[in-house]
Design a protein around this ligand. Structure first.
Ligand code: G4P
Length: 513
């Protein structure tokens, strides 16, 4: 690959088990981006996803952290950002989505849209990025294709446009009909692609042809109009049917993906759009991870190049502080394998060695203009716990682990005003477990948790919090930046409080969800 190779950067969003990992593996195989088949995945086979770095992921068979993969297809470099499927890790997924230009939504044809897909979709929708839909598991008895389209339109409030159409499903799956070029890709056990023009096919029975022609006619009459503009601004999702497990429909999906996915887009920084072609090198950090690989005990900041050209060793400025630094240690990722990266272009994700300078959301620029990319969305935590090190003598490791894991964005940290007790907040219980596990394994500290009954956090935007406003149902804490936050037990407590103190301004931090 060269610097001139066009880039397409995307992430797959899906509900756990919809087939994200299987599809990723098949895409990588097509692009020659993977070294041996079956290394991305295999919960039962004992092999693990390339993206499953952490022991805990292996134990649970879920993907906790996001990794970055690359493949070259039709002379295009495709960067795939893996996202954790488990809903407790949505915050990590949301951040990852800020670094991509396109999202691929994988839907299980048997289950349709599930809660997780819906939440994640909102984030893509907010960003107005193209969303391509892959309806998976066509080899199973799933929902009617027309019902699935209707479901996407209703639940996700976006137009759909099927690019291909299934002929049968489950045991009666015969193939998919490609709508734009009127060809059929036949389904067979051999995994060999067999494509014939519809007009020349001799395999479909008359009832299968009738059903297909009826469906296509209906789609032509009642379906949406396809325009590239609607795809590019996220108003219409092109829909593909297939079966990732049998590699069926995956290549035609990829052929279309390279045509439909957005190229690296201009992005807003300090109120202005920065063009990727600009000479100034800019980008932002969307994730920090410590101890990613036990062989490299260090921290890596995941950096999205937005404009200009990255060259190893270049001097950049950290916009938040104005501090200048040399970027001499940079990596590309193939899950835990690292290769040194010498140059990178807009759309690329590189790993920067971090000795404690970076925070999630940081912008780096060449030159002296301190522009800042739009803030990372913060997902309001819903679970809180007071924490302590079981062994008080380990306070040094305890503080080190705590500060590193907080900087990674794994959990959020608060302090109570007088006693300065540490409270951690997370979106889901699993994040606490990962935190506990990592504190023990990476920092050798056992943590004692006291779970709190509070479920809502509100940032105080106006007025002063006084002691008389508080009781056991409402707790006053300070966040990492020293801002006042009140933790409420539930919606009812919050409403009662708001009625009583209408002059106090409260905000969720991030209004969307
Ligand atoms: P995820 O990353 O979205 O969580 O899903 P993943 O790819 O792990 O797939 C979840 C399960 O669905 C896996 O089965 C996988 O083999 C299966 N699957 C994926 N694509 C298809 C498909 O097109 N058709 C069918 N029938 N199944 C599919 P598993 O039994 O949980 O795991 P494994 O033992 O196969 O690894």
């Amino acid at each position: 690959m060269t610097n001139e190779t066009p880039r397409r950067t995307f992430a797959i969003i899906s509900h756990p088990d919809a087939g994200k990992t299987t599809l990723t593996e098949k895409l990588l195989l097509l692009g020659g981006g993977i070294r041996s088949a079956g290394t991305v995945k295999g919960k039962k086979s004992g092999k693990f996803a390339t993206s499953d770095w952490m022991e805990i992921e292996k134990q649970r068979g879920i993907s906790v952290t996001s990794s970055v993969m690359q493949l070259i297809y039709n002379d295009i470099q495709i960067n795939i950002l893996d996202t954790p499927g488990h809903e407790d890790f949505s915050e990590d997924t949301y951040r990852t989505l800020t670094a991509v230009d396109t999202a691929v939504m994988v839907i299980d044809s048997v289950k349709g849209i599930e809660a997780q897909t819906l939440k994640l979709f909102k984030v893509c929708r907010m960003r107005g990025i193209p969303i391509l839909t892959f309806i998976n598991k066509l080899d199973r008895e799933g929902k009617e294709p027309l019902d699935l389209l209707a479901e996407i339109e209703e639940v996700l409030e976006m137009e759909t446009y099927p690019m291909n159409w299934p002929i049968g499903m489950g045991k009666t799956l015969r193939g998919i009909y490609s709508i734009p070029d009127e060809k059929i890709e036949l389904y067979n056990d051999s995994h060999e692609r067999e494509i014939v023009p519809y007009s020349e096919q001799k395999v479909l029975q008359s009832f299968e042809k009738e059903k297909l022609e009826e469906d296509i006619m209906l789609l032509e009459e009642a379906g949406n109009e396809f325009t590239m503009e609607k795809v590019q601004n996220g108003q219409l999702t092109p829909v593909f049917f297939g079966s990732a497990l049998s590699s069926f429909g995956v290549q035609s999906f990829l052929d279309n993906f390279v045509k439909l996915a957005a190229e690296p887009q201009p992005r807003k920084a300090s109120g202005e759009l920065v063009d990727p072609d600009s000479d100034t090198f800019t980008g932002f950090i969307f994730k920090i991870q410590a101890n990613m690989n036990p062989n490299h005990r260090d921290r890596i900041a995941f950096f999205r190049v937005c404009s200009g050209k990255f060259e190893r060793g270049m001097e950049v400025m950290l916009s938040r502080t104005g501090k200048k630094m040399k970027l001499s240690q940079s990596h590309s990722f193939f899950a835990s394998d690292r290769e040194t990266v010498d140059t990178a272009m807009p759309g690329d994700i590189i790993g920067l060695y971090d000795s404690g300078n970076f925070e999630v959301g940081d912008t780096l620029v060449s030159g002296n203009e301190r522009i800042v990319y739009e803030e990372m969305p913060q997902f309001p935590p819903e679970r809180f716990a007071k924490i302590m090190a079981k062994n008080a003598l380990k306070h040094k490791q305890y503080h080190k682990g705590l500060s590193q894991l907080v900087q990674e964005g794994t959990i959020q940290l608060y302090k109570t005003p007088y006693f300065e007790d540490f409270i951690i907040g997370a979106v889901g219980e699993l994040q606490f477990q990962v935190f506990e596990y990592r504190m023990k394994n990476e920092y050798n500290v056992d943590i004692e948790f006291t779970h709190l009954t509070h479920e809502l956090a509100r940032w105080v935007t106006k007025g002063e919090v006084t002691d008389k406003m508080l009781d056991s149902r409402k707790m006053h804490v300070h966040d990492q930046q020293g801002r006042s936050v009140i933790l409420f037990e539930n919606e009812f407590t919050l409403r009662y409080f708001q009625d009583k103190y209408p002059d106090l301004g409260l905000s969720t931090g991030w209004e969307l969800l």
